[in-house]
Design a protein around this ligand. Structure first.
Ligand SMILES: NC(=O)C1=CN([C@@H]2O[C@H](COP(=O)(O)OP(=O)(O)OC[C@H]3O[C@@H](n4cnc5c(N)ncnc54)[C@H](O)[C@@H]3O)[C@@H](O)[C@H]2O)C=CC1
Ligand SMILES: N[C@@H](CC=O)C(=O)O
Ligand code: NA
Length: 430
């Protein structure tokens, strides 16, 4: 029976756990695959770090050489970032290896080219770990739901930001303190700007939208707002409305009057009611709803970040691609036949929570309400609190387009009685 050889690129939070499980569970993995899998090389940036459980002779600082060695069946890429990860993956394909990657940034930027290269080489490209960590989501969308029509994918896909918002909401922790803890726990990206500015979630949204809608969606097509502007006042305001603030990724299909279908993909903080299942997703957990024509609503929930949970998804892919190799087959590749257009954020329809600092005098409320009405944005509720000549006015709207809301806010900013727009947050889940 031939042994399948695996090259591991990157031995950080995720790579360390992948190597550990491959070693400790070698016999079970071999039985499930139908052949032994051997860790044949581990590419690292710094060779002199202690790496318990990994024999020294396997360590190399030359990842490019490792993937070109000629005897590697599967390359596991857990370095992250665009380069050198992209070149290493392409080189792995050229050398006949299948690739398992956790790299959402790369897949969302260049997934089509990578899929093309894998197909040309007759090998697999699997990346379950790239979206929502341990939660099986890519494979259910790509395989289990391949016979259905997915209309909406909505959820929490970034563990770090969910951890931070949860800490701020439940313990009153400060933003920086919560981010430091998330980083220490191995949830954050190498540069946590990717998490807190929403780039990581946007990359995941692009991958999900592409697979769900059988179209090409890149990170650039995804509207993105992170959590850096979310204030303690926003969180308090959400609480006052029996809601909570979450960073959501929302990918939706819509159909125009003439039957033309298109999609939108967005990532932004939103207020959701405490009664919504997403409100109870705590810590670094993720949860994603998928709505499909025949299946109805499905919910996927579990650990979205961290070394071991992410390694679980990587190992699942490793087993799958090894089975394919032994069977002389490949798994499903890219499916982008529908080629749906991705519409801009202006076209998105949702509800809004707008917090204004206004002069506390008669007629201001009516003036503000008129501006909303003139732009066709209907008001659901208004809450006003006075404080020494100034007042805070919180308006929650009914559903309106993002374009209409933006125009409303632009005009409000020009009013003398509006001293400032303290925050604008979308309201979802009702
Ligand atoms: N940490 C998590 O919870 C999750 C991470 N991911 C993804 O998994 C990948 C890895 O993430 P982490 O392990 O958290 O990052 P990490 O920063 O802990 O590990 C990456 C490792 O790659 C090494 N490296 C960098 N350049 C290299 C090179 N040229 N050759 C060899 N090694 C090199 C670094 O020294 C580092 O040890 C990223 O794409 C990340 O987005 C995906 C899901 C969850
Ligand atoms: N930094 C990411 C890691 C998993 O994808 C996150 O926090 O979700
Ligand atoms: Na996953």
């Amino acid at each position: 029976m031939r042994t399948l050889k695996v090259a591991l690129l990157g031995c950080g939070v995720v790579g360390t756990e992948v190597a550990r499980i491959m070693t400790t569970d070698a016999a079970d993995l071999a039985a499930r695959i139908g052949a032994p899998v051997e860790l044949a090389g581990v590419a690292v940036r710094r060779a002199n770090r202690p790496r318990p459980g990994i024999p020294d002779h396997l360590i190399t600082t030359d990842a490019a050489e490792l993937v070109k060695r000629g005897d590697i069946d599967v390359v596991i890429e857990v370095i992250g970032g665009i380069e050198p990860a992209r070149s290493l993956i392409l080189s792995a394909f050229d050398n006949g290896a299948s690739v398992v990657s956790a790299n959402k940034a790369l897949l969302a930027a260049d997934g089509a080219a990578l899929h093309g290269a894998a197909a040309k080489a007759g090998v697999d490209l699997y990346y379950e770990a790239a979206v929502a960590g341990a939660i099986p989501l890519i494979r259910p969308l790509r395989e289990s739901l391949a016979g259905d029509k997915v209309n909406r994918v909505l959820g929490i896909v970034n563990g770090t930001t969910n951890f931070i918002l949860d800490k701020m909401d439940s313990t009153g922790a400060g933003y920086s303190e919560a981010l430091e803890e998330a980083t220490a726990l191995g949830y954050a990206e190498a540069d946590p700007t990717a998490d807190v500015e929403g780039f990581d979630a946007a990359a995941k949204a692009a991958i999900l939208a592409g697979i769900a809608f059988h179209s090409r969606v890149t990170a650039e097509n995804v509207f993105r707002e992170g959590i850096t502007e979310v204030t303690a006042a926003d969180i308090a305001s959400a609480k006052a409305m029996n809601s909570v603030v979450k960073l959501l990724a929302i990918c939706e299909r819509s159909t125009a009057a003439d039957g033309t279908e298109s999609v939108t993909a967005r990532v932004h903080p939103a207020m959701i009611p405490l009664t919504h299942p997403l409100a109870n997703v705590r810590g670094a957990y993720n949860a994603v709803f998928v709505e499909a024509d025949a299946a109805g609503q499905l919910m996927f929930y579990g650990p979205g970040a961290g070394g071991a949970p992410t390694a679980s998804a990587v190992l699942g892919d490793l087993v799958a691609v090894c089975r394919n190799k032994l069977g002389g087959a490949t798994g499903p590749g890219e499916s982008a036949y529908a080629q749906l257009t991705v519409n801009p954020m202006d076209d998105v329809v949702t509800r809004y929570h707008v917090s204004l600092d206004v002069a506390d005098k008669a007629g201001v409320l009516a003036q503000v309400a008129t501006v909303f009405a003139e732009h066709g944005v209907s008001i659901d509720t208004v809450r006003q609190q006075g404080r020494e000549g100034d007042a805070s006015l919180v308006v929650v709207t009914h559903r309106a387009t993002d374009a209409a809301l933006s125009a409303t806010v632009s005009e409000l900013r020009t009013l003398d009685n509006v001293r400032g727009v303290a925050s604008i947050m979308r309201v979802e889940g009702e």
